[in-house]
Write a protein that binds this ligand. Structure first.
Ligand code: PGA
Length: 253
């Protein structure tokens, strides 16, 4: 049985004080829940405050990006070690917004994934097709390329610390969710790719999150599918009651 994992991707939202308030509100309701892994991913500037707010609870903190080098002349960048120092345990890598607006490629995702794992962070590696690619029935090819490129050269031990997020680009922030059947089909496909890269036994341990307009009203049905092991939540993670509603759906799934 894979433990479900619900992560909030706050994107470029929340000042430090707003982030603290949101983390406090989530913590109040979820403090002792250990049945599901809960991860909050604020912007870099609020990581330290959110880490402090949730310290001593089961709630973990993650970042939304990092650089693959440990240090050096990379203006504007943040390393895995810097995130670890702020008590980050996870890092989202290869989000479609980073691929679309910031030139992220499967190669850079691969470099970052390896650097994150080497530093003891658990990467949440995002894959997903655009609407055009789905309509042209190319989504399996796209996802195969993203998975094989992003996860090339990982060891068995690495896979055990990996989380994959399937986020169809057409469902992100659009209110359009993949149907539970559509999502399950891709999740099972992703798991078959993980088997090719590792083994059945290892692929069976990797959690695959769904992301794209997940909310309390559709979470239970999505999370009831056999290969949907959690959610990566954008918009609905910015509001404590709706994020908590999704976590509760995962606890009951
Ligand atoms: P959304 O975003 O829940 O707002 O669709 C998900 C994500 O981009 O991680």
């Amino acid at each position: 049985m894979r433990k479900k994992i619900i992560a909030g991707n706050w994107k470029m939202n929340k000042t430090v004080s707003e982030a603290q308030n949101l983390a406090d509100a989530i913590k109040r309701d979820l403090d002792s829940e250990a049945k599901v892994d809960v991860v909050l991913c604020p912007p870099f500037t609020a990581i330290s405050a959110v880490s402090q707010a949730v310290s001593g609870t089961q709630i973990a903190v993650g970042a939304q990006n990092m650089h693959f080098e440990a240090s050096g002349a990379y203006t504007g960048e943040i390393s895995a070690e810097m995130l670890r120092e702020q008590y980050c345990r996870y890092v989202i890598l290869g989000h479609s917004e980073r691929r679309q607006y910031f030139g992220e490629t499967d190669e850079s995702v691969n470099q970052k994934t390896k650097a994150a794992l080497a530093a003891g962070l658990k990467p949440i590696v995002c894959v997903g097709e655009t609407l055009e690619e789905r309509e042209a029935d190319k989504y399996q090819d796209v996802i195969r390329t993203q998975i094989n490129g992003g996860l090339a050269g990982l060891s068995e031990a690495d896979f055990k610390n990996l989380v994959v997020a399937y986020e169809p680009v057409w469902a992100i922030g659009t209110g359009k969710t993949a149907s539970p059947e559509q999502a399950q089909e891709v999740h099972a496909f992703i798991r078959s790719l993980l088997v090719e890269l590792s083994s059945q036994a290892i692929a069976d341990t990797v959690r695959i999150q769904y992301g794209g307009s997940m909310k309390p009203a559709n979470a239970a049905e999505l999370l009831s599918k056999p290969d949907i092991d959690g959610g990566l939540i954008g918009g609905a993670a910015l509001d404590a009651p709706s994020f908590i509603g999704i976590v509760k759906a995962a606890i009951e799934a």
